[in-house]
Write a protein that binds this ligand. Structure first.
Ligand code: SAM
Length: 293
């Protein structure tokens, strides 16, 4: 007998995976958590029926959420990951050897436990002594006094806007991100699929633009997030996120991010440009800080 799992991005369309084994299925305090072994994509982490990562293509998302802001900043030392309990973003941040401190704030400790148990290659960095894990709603954590102005880079590695993650896409949350960033800090945030959620992306861009002087959208493609093309919102106080700083790159080989892919990811097809009206950098115009663009 065959067993298939179907994620339904709309009531009328599904992405379906042949599953060999269900390794974990639990209702946590916040979400329905499942880890399954698929035939095509290796292990998959599924929250509330939505695939968060698969072993086969997680590198795309994690390289692009991390290396774009980390390489747009000349010397990021303190980094905050919002969500990201699987550890994939932390693994990629640790490829920047000058980093001194990584704080990961996930609301659900059971995601971290499942990542440690079932995704050792993804969660491999969580035990690094520079990593500090906080189990808390990040929309509250970011308003703590001690985090004001603390971080060079913030990554919002969130699920789709459902349940407690809805707060992570709102203007008040971008105000908290702004407050927690150093005077030249920048953030990037998971921002859904331009084909499936154009109005949502436009409103996220508008909310972030009411807070940050520089707001841009960049795109990537993978297999397991439905819709093919997906986007990140990025907001910055000073540096142009579209421009990798001269000589900045992660240690070791990458499989998706390169300085060229970094710049090209900000070149948007017209139907996506409409969702990000403040986009202004083009390939070849990168010149370091936005003051000089
Ligand atoms: N890469 C994934 C994607 O694009 O679907 C996101 C993966 S990561 C597992 C998302 C994490 O965000 C989950 O572990 C979830 O518990 C966490 N999360 C959701 N809402 C949160 C909140 N308000 N504060 C902190 N973490 C939150």
């Amino acid at each position: 007998m065959e067993f298939w799992f179907t994620e339904k991005p709309t009531p009328n369309w599904g992405m379906t995976y042949r599953v060999q084994q269900v390794l974990r299925r639990r209702q946590t305090a916040y979400q329905d958590l499942a880890v399954v072994e698929t035939v095509e994509f290796g292990r998959a982490l599924i929250l509330d029926g939505i695939v968060q990562l698969t072993e086969k293509d997680e590198f795309v998302y994690h390289e692009m959420i991390v290396h774009v802001p980390m390489c747009a900043h000349p010397d990021p030392r303190r980094v905050l990951v919002v969500g990201g309990g699987d550890g994939g973003a932390v693994r990629e941040i640790l490829r920047h050897p000058a980093v001194e401190e990584i704080c990961l704030v996930d609301i659900d400790g059971e995601v971290i436990e499942a990542a440690r148990e079932f995704f050792p290659r993804v969660s491999s960095g969580l035990d690094d002594p520079r990593v500090h894990i906080v189990i808390e709603d990040a929309s509250r954590y970011l308003w703590r006094d001690e985090v004001q102005g603390r971080y060079d880079v913030i990554l919002v590695d969130s699920p789709d806007p459902v349940g407690p993650a809805i707060a992570l896409f709102q203007e008040d949350f971008y105000r908290a991100v702004y407050r927690a960033l150093a005077p030249d800090g920048l953030f990037s945030a998971q921002s859904e699929c331009p084909f499936l959620m154009p109005d949502f992306i436009r409103s996220v861009q508008e909310s972030a633009a009411r807070v940050f002087p520089i707001v841009k959208l960049y795109i990537y493609s993978n297999v397991t997030y439905p819709g093919g093309m997906w986007a990140f919102t990025t907001g910055s106080k000073r540096y142009d996120p579209a421009c990798p700083q001269e000589g900045r790159r992660p240690a070791g080989p990458t499989r998706y991010w390169t300085p060229e892919v970094h710049r090209a990811a900000f070149v948007l097809p017209p139907f996506v440009q409409e969702l990000a009206p403040r986009q202004h950098a083009l390939p070849g115009t990168c010149a370091g800080t936005v003051d000089r663009v």
